[in-house]
Design a protein around this ligand. Structure first.
Ligand SMILES: Cc1cc2nc3c(=O)[nH]c(=O)nc-3n(C[C@H](O)[C@H](O)[C@H](O)COP(=O)(O)OP(=O)(O)OC[C@H]3O[C@@H](n4cnc5c(N)ncnc54)[C@H](O)[C@@H]3O)c2cc1C
Length: 377
């Protein structure tokens, strides 16, 4: 009997898992990947779209290009998950697996943050980034708040990158003197596991007059009155809000009874849930590592290695490394990198690589290698 692996979500985690299984087992495994979208977009592309460096259409990676032995990709929306039976329902039918891997990413919840509207004043969805790309050219200067509405959230450095890229943008338009940028972030520093990276970002903020309010989140946005309210009760003037909505696992995952405090409970090292044969990888899993593509990939490779071992009748010894590299735009087109290892030592350990041309090439290679590996492009 061919092992049936059912993967929910074709993002960083789902694509890496399906690819690794196909490379190792080919037709020797029956992989079904379900995603409601027709294409994948790298998270960092949303910043490029927002600042008009590219378009939403240009950054789409169509799932139709994913052609791999043993893998079929279905465009369906998951509407129910029965973890005990490893069965899911979708808008088009139902599917079962011998192994079920849930990789549906983090969803956005604006219900608790009045004034934050998906697709309008946030840059964490493609629609939001594309909409802001039409708003920014109309901006004439004023107070801009880059505000995070809750933690944990995907890609901790992204709000800092947004502020620095915005500064470049208003400078190019001759509006820097008329613009005041403030970052509001529930984290204690821009990138807590790397004091060096945080210091470099804060130095870049200081040089540009960008304010940073740590340990604080945005609780409401009043566009009409031109202000935002913060979790400590303070009110900031705000002519333009660029938001990071509260992140949490999707309703369908919560309804399946798999979550605690909004995230799926797993063994961080094996990504196993409490249901036999059911795993959760990527942003929706509570592993203690950041919600970023590289960590989703590492988790996916771990689950893939153990599935491959199981199919081959070998011991399942793979463990989630919880380590990865993140690239960060620190303004003026410069790119730096941090490598952070979260799980192998007693506490997270980060290594900072300052901005260089090598880092820029590295980041380009990061995207290009995934496009080649997952989409054959
Ligand atoms: C602005 C920004 C910048 C970022 N920059 C970086 C970066 O530089 N480096 C980095 O490593 N990470 C970055 N990230 C984070 C990265 O994008 C995510 O951490 C990563 O995509 C998580 O992978 P995942 O597989 O868990 O989920 P995702 O990649 O989000 O994939 C989840 C998939 O599930 C699908 N799905 C959801 N619900 C359903 C449903 N009900 N039915 C069917 N399909 C469904 C979605 O369509 C999606 O394709 C950034 C994110 C943002 C927003």
């Amino acid at each position: 009997m061919t092992t049936r692996v059912l993967i929910l979500g074709a993002g960083f985690g789902g694509l890496e898992l399906a690819t690794t299984l196909s490379e190792a087992l080919g037709e020797g495994v029956a992989v079904t990947v379900i995603d409601r979208s027709d294409s994948f977009v790298f998270g960092y592309s949303k910043l490029d779209v927002m600042f008009g460096r590219t378009t939403a259409e240009a950054v789409r990676n169509p799932y139709a290009d994913v052609l791999k032995p043993g893998v079929r990709l279905l465009r369906e929306t998951v509407t129910g998950i029965d973890a005990a039976a490893r069965r899911v329902t979708t808008d088009r039918g139902s599917h079962e697996g011998d192994i079920l891997v849930i990789a549906l990413g983090a969803d956005y919840d604006v219900s608790g943050t009045p004034g934050v509207v998906l697709g309008v004043n946030e840059f964490y969805s493609v629609a939001g980034a594309a909409h802001l790309a039409t708003v920014l050219p109309e901006f004439k200067g004023g107070d801009v708040v880059v505000g995070v509405c809750g933690a944990p959230y995907k890609c901790p450095p992204a709000p800092s990158e947004c502020a620095l890229m915005l500064h470049d943008y208003v400078t190019a338009r001759g509006l820097a003197g008329a613009t005041r940028i403030t970052v509001v972030n529930p984290l204690p520093s821009p990138v807590p596991p790397s004091p060096e990276m945080s210091a470099a970002i804060l130095k870049a903020f200081e040089a540009r007059g960008i304010g940073f309010i740590p340990n604080t989140r945005v609780t409401a946005v009043d566009a009409g009155a031109g202000r935002v309210t913060l979790s400590d009760g303070a009110v900031l003037p705000c002519d333009l809000f660029l938001g990071v909505p509260k992140n949490r696992a999707a309703d369908v995952v919560v309804a399946a009874g798999l979550t605690e405090n909004g995230w799926v409970t797993v063994d961080p090292l094996t990504l196993a849930t409490s249901y036999p044969g059911v795993f959760a990888v990527g942003d929706l899993a509570a592993t203690g590592v950041p919600k970023a593509g590289v960590y989703a990939e590492g988790a996916a490779r771990t689950v893939a290695a153990n599935i491959i071992a199981m199919v081959r009748g070998e011991p399942q010894t793979a463990r989630n490394p919880g380590a990865g590299s993140c690239y960060i735009e620190i303004g003026a087109g410069l790119i730096a990198r941090i490598d952070v290892d979260f799980l192998s030592g007693p506490k997270p350990f980060g290594t900072f690589h300052g901005a260089s041309e090598e880092m820029r090439r590295d980041k380009e290679e990061f995207g290009a290698s995934r496009r080649a590996r997952w989409f054959g492009r």
